[in-house]
Design a protein around this ligand. Structure first.
Ligand SMILES: [Zn+2]
Length: 362
C-alpha cells in the first residue's frame, strides 16, 4: 500500500485510505499532497474506519466524495433488489446477470456495512411487514415475499420483530436509507409520521441512539424506501449543491416540550447566520438554562434540518459538534457562501405539521 501511495497508483483508488499521523488528515492513495514518511502513515479499508480513528478528510483529494468512485455495481445491485424484492437473488441469479457473486458480496459489504443477502432479507421482511399492517394473511405474505416455508418466515419475522406473526397487526417499522454526501454517508429514518432521524453514520454513539429510538418509538428499523426518504434525498442533494438550503420534509420529532422549544428555535435560525447558546435560551424564555439548551442541542437527531450546527460559543468559537468540528466549519462556510437570497427563504418556512405527533411517545 505504501508503494501504491508513493506512485499515486490509480488502481488502488477506493481500495484503501491512508491516515497521516503527523497531520491528523486522511487521503485517498492518489492524493497529490507530498507523500508522508512510512512511519507517519496508517492504512484503512474505508473512510469510516479513518473517521473513527480520529482523522479528518483531506480538502484536496476529498476522500469522502464518492460521487466519482462509488462502484456502478452497487447501484446495479440495489436496483436489482428494488426491481424484484421478492426474488430470492441466489448467486446463480447474480451470475446470470453477469455479476460475479463474490465481487458483489465484497463491494456491498464495503459500501453498505452489511452483506447483500442480509440487505435483501431485511428488505423482503420490510415488505412483508408492510403487508401485515395492511391486514394480509401470513400465508400470502410468506408466498409473496419468497419465503420458502412457514418456519423460515416465522424465524425471520421473530428476528426482526420479536413477536409471533399471529400477534403482528400492531407491528410498525421505520424505514432506513443511506445517502452519500460530500461530508460522508448519512443515515435517514422515516415512517408515515415523518423523518425521525438524519445523522452522519460515523457519529459517535449512533448505535446507541438507534437502540434508544427503536425502544422509545417501539419500532423496528429496516432498510427500505418511503416517500419522505425520497424527499429528503432530493433536498440533501439541493442543499449540498448550494441550490436550496431549506428543508421541507415533514419531521417526526420525539422529545420533551423543552427539547421541542429548543429545536423550533434552532429551525428559526436562517442559513448563513449563527446564534449563541444564550441567544437560544433567551428565545425559549429560559435565559438561565444555557446548559440545558446545550444538551437539547446535542440531543438533536435531525442533523442539518434542525440546524444545531448554527449554534456557536458566545466568543465566536465553534464549540462542539456530534458530527465533528470540521463538518460544522464546512457547513457554516457552505451556508455563508450560498445563503444569499435563497437561504433567506428559511424565514418563510411554514410550521411543521407533524412535529408534535410523537411527543407523547417519549
Ligand atoms: Zn489528500
Amino acid at each position: 500500500m505504501y508503494r501504491a501511495l508513493v506512485e499515486h497508483d490509480p488502481a488502488f483508488e477506493g481500495i484503501f485510505f491512508v491516515g497521516v499521523t503527523s497531520t491528523g488528515i486522511f487521503c485517498s492513495p492518489t492524493c497529490r499532497v507530498k507523500t508522508p514518511k512510512r512511519e507517519n502513515v496508517e492504512f484503512f479499508p474505508d473512510p469510516n474506519a479513518a473517521l473513527h480513528a480520529g482523522y479528518r478528510p483531506c480538502r484536496r483529494c476529498r476522500p469522502l466524495d464518492r460521487g466519482h468512485s462509488a462502484p456502478p455495481l452497487l447501484a446495479e445491485l440495489l436496483a436489482a433488489v428494488d426491481e424484484d424484492p421478492s426474488n430470492r437473488w441466489r448467486d446463480s441469479d447474480l451470475s446470470r446477470r453477469g455479476i460475479d457473486p463474490s465481487t458483489a458480496r465484497r463491494t456491498f459489504k464495503r459500501y453498505c456495512g452489511m452483506t447483500f443477502h442480509a440487505y435483501h432479507r431485511a428488505r423482503r421482511m420490510g415488505l412483508a411487514l408492510a403487508g401485515v399492517r395492511q391486514g394480509k394473511s401470513m400465508l400470502d405474505l410468506q408466498l409473496d415475499h419468497g419465503f420458502e416455508s412457514g418456519s423460515e418466515f416465522r424465524t425471520a419475522f421473530n428476528r426482526h420483530v420479536g413477536a409471533a406473526p399471529s400477534r403482528a397487526s400492531a407491528v410498525d417499522c421505520l424505514y432506513a436509507r443511506w445517502f452519500e454526501t460530500p461530508l460522508g454517508a448519512m443515515l435517514a429514518l422515516a415512517d408515515d409520521h415523518g423523518l425521525a432521524l438524519l445523522e452522519f453514520v460515523d457519529r459517535r454513539g449512533l448505535e446507541r441512539e438507534l437502540e434508544v429510538l427503536q425502544r422509545r418509538l417501539k419500532r423496528r428499523i429496516l432498510p427500505g424506501t418511503h416517500r419522505f426518504l425520497t424527499q429528503i434525498g432530493e433536498e440533501l442533494a439541493a442543499y449540498f449543491a448550494g441550490r436550496n438550503l431549506v428543508f421541507a420534509t415533514p419531521l417526526a420529532l420525539a422529545g420533551s416540550p423543552f427539547q421541542h422549544a429548543v429545536w423550533n428555535a434552532l429551525q428559526a435560525i436562517p442559513p448563513g447566520t449563527t446564534r449563541s447558546y444564550a441567544d437560544i435560551a433567551a428565545t425559549v424564555g429560559r435565559p438561565s438554562a444555557v446548559r440545558a439548551v446545550g444538551r437539547a442541542n446535542g440531543d438533536n437527531r435531525l442533523c442539518l434540518i434542525v440546524p444545531c450546527h448554527r449554534v456557536i460559543g458566545a466568543d465566536g468559537t465553534l464549540t462542539g459538534y456530534g458530527g465533528g468540528l470540521w463538518r460544522k466549519q464546512w457547513l457554516l462556510d457552505h451556508e455563508r457562501a450560498h445563503a444569499g437570497s435563497r437561504g433567506q427563504l428559511a424565514l418563510e418556512v411554514p410550521p411543521r405539521a407533524n412535529e408534535s405527533v410523537l411527543a407523547a411517545a417519549s
